[in-house]
Design a protein around this ligand. Structure first.
Ligand SMILES: O=P(O)(O)OC[C@H]1O[C@H](O[C@H]2O[C@H](CO)[C@@H](O)[C@H](O)[C@H]2O)[C@H](O)[C@@H](O)[C@@H]1O
Length: 252
């Protein structure tokens, strides 16, 4: 059973995997509770220690694969040695192999996104190196207008971008950059190579990462289905995985 620390509620979690597992972890909605705005997330103080314990139990085979920018994700996770696939796999930790050149949004797109958000209180334009996001969580009625703006920006040659739906947001992302690519690049090198990968995510963009894990004999765990939609349960389960695997190793 997985204990939910703040309520004492206990739910059955997935079985604890073997010591040959590798974890690919999504951030927002998986390790972190969803917040009203991207900059309003509360990072649990125990997260860096949890990730470090998990790394130790799995020979280092733990990565975060997120839609967030690299510096932000690095700050939230707080573990310098943790490999990070950022911007949905468009940006990988500089230490990781296999970088491919990707487009950046033209300046007039960035201006148009900022102007769109400035004219609609409650919305937000988020800029990434290889993309941009229009957020409307606090103004859901702006969804259609957000999509209309992104479609308008893509009219013409599209500069190698496409529109990806997100939680209460719409995003422009380079064609061909997805979380599956980040998983494959990491699975090609130690300490991931040869392991059975498990991707934990909550969103449609995580499905690419889960599909890539299946190519290596692994699978995906979906937060809504496997953890009752509760990042706190994901963290509690990962803590149990780390403790169980370390215990088994200690007894050998
Ligand atoms: O791949 P992820 O780690 O799940 O990141 C996905 C996006 O997360 C952020 O936006 C989402 O979370 C915000 C904070 O909870 C929330 O306010 C927003 O409505 C969600 O869409 C982030 O801002 C994006 O850049 C990520 O792509």
């Amino acid at each position: 059973m997985t204990e939910l620390p703040d309520s004492g509620v206990a739910l059955a979690g997935p079985p604890v995997p073997g010591p040959d597992a590798a974890f690919f972890l999504d951030l927002d909605g998986t390790l972190l509770e969803i917040a009203a705005r991207p900059d309003a997330v509360v990072v649990p103080p125990e997260l860096p220690e949890l990730l470090s314990r998990l790394q130790e139990a799995l020979g280092g085979a733990v990565a975060v694969v997120t839609g967030r920018g690299l510096a932000i994700a690095r700050g939230y996770t707080g573990v310098p040695s943790l490999p990070i696939g950022a911007e949905h796999g468009a940006v990988l930790d500089p230490s990781l192999p296999g970088a491919v050149p990707l487009p950046v949004p033209p300046p007039d797109w960035r201006r148009a996104a900022d102007e769109w958000a400035a004219a609609r209180p409650g919305t937000l334009a988020e800029h990434k190196t290889h993309g941009l996001v229009l957020h409307f969580r606090q103004r859901p009625e702006a969804q259609a207008e957000a999509l209309a703006l992104l479609e308008e920006l893509l009219r013409g040659d599209g500069h190698g971008f496409h529109i990806v739906p997100a939680h209460a947001a719409a995003e422009l992302r380079p064609v061909g950059a997805d979380k599956g690519g980040a998983v494959r690049r990491l699975m090609a090198v130690p300490p991931f190579a040869g392991r059975r990968p498990i991707f934990i995510g909550d969103d449609v963009t995580d499905e690419d990462g889960m599909a890539a894990c299946a190519e290596y004999g692994g699978h995906g765990l979906r937060v809504p289905d496997d953890f009752a939609g509760r990042p706190a349960l994901v963290r509690a389960w990962l803590s149990r995985v780390a403790a169980t695997l370390s215990d088994r190793e200690g007894r050998r």
